[in-house]
Design a binder for this molecule. Structure first.
Ligand code: HPA
Length: 278
């Protein structure tokens, strides 16, 4: 990978977005599978389709649109990514995390990652949101492999607090205030596209994970490297628990995520309105 070329491609994309919008958001949100409806809360958004952004990958996953939206929640400017890129689609790690570098170049300070996930924890119920307290990178790959671009971050970035504790606390407070039941746990990210075998579920649970999904970890790693503060939400869409087995389908995952998305949106909106992201 030619890092100089990658950096210049990222800057081209960022410049295009800057030209399209004269507002400069500090907060970005990535909408996961079935969670696109969160974008309905955005006021007077300008839409930029991925196809028109120079060098931007194209979104192919079901339940994912391919658009960037820049608008407002209340008086706060927000950059919404409606549709993300997954490793299982065949993208490289550098492609999957390209939008995060664009966000870094745009001056984004806070990133809220959302996804649909299965739960490995027998006590967690589907249809509820879960805050991501930490993650396990089980992709067998890492987006920071290759030459390091020092202007973007350090060679060996610290990962002791990927998801900001104070943002997690604030999210809990908002959920409590809104009477929304929410869990918290460790997210294990893997390539997919296969769902897990029962033996894999047992292994991952023994690793200490509560959630399993096919995204988020590469983006979180790059955002951390970039010094962007992170908050992560999973919508629990199915059980990955060997004693409570049911066949998982992508359709069900999307359906449950859509139902859970409203709760995640309410918490995010309350946090933004409470000036947590300042
Ligand atoms: N496993 C992996 N990824 C997922 C799942 C799951 O059970 N549910 C939603 N995304």
């Amino acid at each position: 990978m030619d890092m100089k070329e990658y950096v210049s491609k990222v800057r081209q994309a960022a410049n295009y977005i800057k030209e399209k919008s004269n507002i400069t958001p500090k907060i970005a949100i990535i909408l996961g599978s079935g969670l696109g409806k969160i974008s309905e809360n955005l006021e007077s958004p300008i839409q930029i389709v991925y196809e028109n952004i120079p060098n931007f990958p194209k979104s192919t996953a079901p339940g994912h649109k391919g658009e960037l939206l820049i608008g407002k929640f209340g008086d706060k400017n927000i950059l919404l990514m409606n549709g993300r890129f997954h490793y299982y689609e065949g993208y490289t790690m550098k492609e999957v995390t390209f939008p995060i570098r664009v966000m870094q170049e745009l001056g984004i300070e806070y990133l809220i990652l959302t996804n649909a996930a299965g739960t490995l924890n027998p006590d967690f119920e589907i249809g509820y949101p879960c805050l991501i307290t930490d993650h396990i990178n089980f992709f067998g790959d890492n987006p920071l492999i290759g030459p390091n671009y020092d202007e973007w971050g350090e060679r060996f970035p610290d990962m002791t607090e990927v998801y900001s504790k104070y943002l997690i606390d604030a999210a809990f407070s908002s959920a409590k205030k809104l009477n929304i039941r929410i869990y918290s746990g460790v997210y294990l990210g893997l390539s997919g596209p296969t769902f897990e075998t029962p033996a894999e579920m047992t292994m991952m649970r023994n690793f200490g994970a509560d959630l399993v999904g096919m995204s988020t970890v590469p983006e979180a790693i790059v955002a951390r490297h970039a010094g962007i503060k992170l908050l992560g939400f999973s919508a629990i869409t199915d059980k990955a628990v060997p004693t409570q087995l049911k066949k998982v389908t992508a359709e069900e995952v999307l359906e449950v995520a859509e139902k859970t998305g409203g709760k995640i949106a309410d918490i995010i909106m309350d946090m933004i309105n409470s000036n947590i992201f300042e």
